[in-house]
Design a protein around this ligand. Structure first.
Ligand code: AHR
Length: 334
């Protein structure tokens, strides 16, 4: 009888030990599933971030926002500048996977061609957050969320403003368009939104449209070509402030008055763009906010903790006329 009791006590002790080990094992699996591929669980979050480049004032402000917010949130940031090249971004993401960071975040230079590397991150158990720009992957499980602007809306707001300005035009209104880099979400979407909006007035016609790569140099160079090839240009729609600012130089050099001879509409609302608008050289800006850092760090913490986050988080934005730019300029942070 005594022997049997001893055996039963031993059996129960073994069962308790087994269940402790099992629970521990499940918890460990849970960590690597939800908490990313980080090798050590010391409570610290390491984020690998692949930035598009340094092509514009907007991008500089965005990089500053991300770096400052990571420091403020106590997140260790590994940062890479891809110099507007998709292959550099893919390389950076693969490095982050190898380094077993906790979260990968990136702003994709173009929309297509990400499935393979995103699948590699998913297989390694590392969550991915898209910020600023999205990808066109059909498999939405390849990333946790997309934080950024509605670029179609920005283009539409720009187009709707023009439709209103030109509602009494009796003849053709010739528009030239400076696009962002080919294949980029903001270039595709702003073109789409603007095109849809101006379709409301058949007098409004895009007579030339080319990429200026979101840079001042690109904007200047392409605007020079537009001015040489087209006798009458009434409106310039530039997909960002920097290209618009570059175009100003070309327009002035051609002996025309920006903002008067040619109506200029841009997107972003960085300080230099707002100054041009306040000075009457630009006529309208649809805002695109680069201050995504704080929300991104917050999302990284939630994702690492295994919390469910919304699949899409849209940035709040507005538009500016000359009068509104004059008012907003003194407090503009970027
Ligand atoms: O993706 C955001 C866009 O990229 C900004 O409008 C532009 O300035 C930047 O280069």
């Amino acid at each position: 009888m005594g022997k049997m009791r001893t055996q039963s006590v031993r059996w129960r002790a073994a069962a308790v030990l087994a269940s402790v080990l099992l629970v521990g094992g499940v918890a460990a699996c849970g960590n690597s599933d939800t908490g990313g591929g980080g090798s050590k669980d010391d409570g610290k979050i390491t984020m690998g971030f692949s930035q598009v480049g340094a092509e514009s004032g907007w991008r500089t402000a965005n990089t500053t926002s991300i770096k400052e917010s990571a420091t403020a949130a106590g997140i260790e940031l590994k940062f890479d500048d891809a110099q507007q090249k998709q292959e550099n971004q893919i390389k950076a993401i693969r490095n982050y996977i190898q380094q077993k960071v906790d979260v990968i975040a990136f702003s994709p230079v173009v929309e297509s061609g990400w499935d393979t590397v995103l699948k590699e991150a998913k297989d390694a158990g590392i969550p991915v957050i898209l910020t600023d720009r999205s990808v066109d992957s059909a498999d939405k499980s390849l990333y946790k969320t997309f934080l950024g602007s509605d670029f179609v809306k920005e283009g539409r707001l720009a187009g709707e403003w023009l439709v209103e300005q030109k509602k009494t035009a009796s003849g053709p209104v010739n528009i030239v368009e400076l696009q962002g880099n080919t294949g980029a979400a903001p270039a595709n979407d702003r073109k789409k939104g603007f095109g849809e909006a101006i379709a409301a007035n058949p007098n409004l016609k895009i007579i030339a449209s080319q990429p200026g790569d979101f840079t001042r140099a690109g904007g200047k160079q392409v605007m020079e070509q537009f001015l040489k090839a087209n006798k009458q240009i009434d409106v310039l729609f530039a997909h960002n402030d920097d290209m618009g600012l570059g175009a100003l130089e070309a327009i002035t050099a051609a002996g025309k008055v920006p903002g008067k001879d040619i109506t200029i509409i841009t997107v972003d609302a960085v300080k230099d763009g707002m100054q041009a608008l306040a000075d009457g050289k630009f006529n309208f800006i649809a805002e695109c906010s680069p201050l995504l850092g704080p929300q991104l760090m917050d999302l990284a913490k939630k994702v690492k903790a295994g919390e469910t986050v919304p699949a899409r988080i849209e940035t709040e934005e507005t538009t500016f006329t000359t009068e509104q730019a004059k008012e907003a300029l003194p407090n503009r942070k970027y």
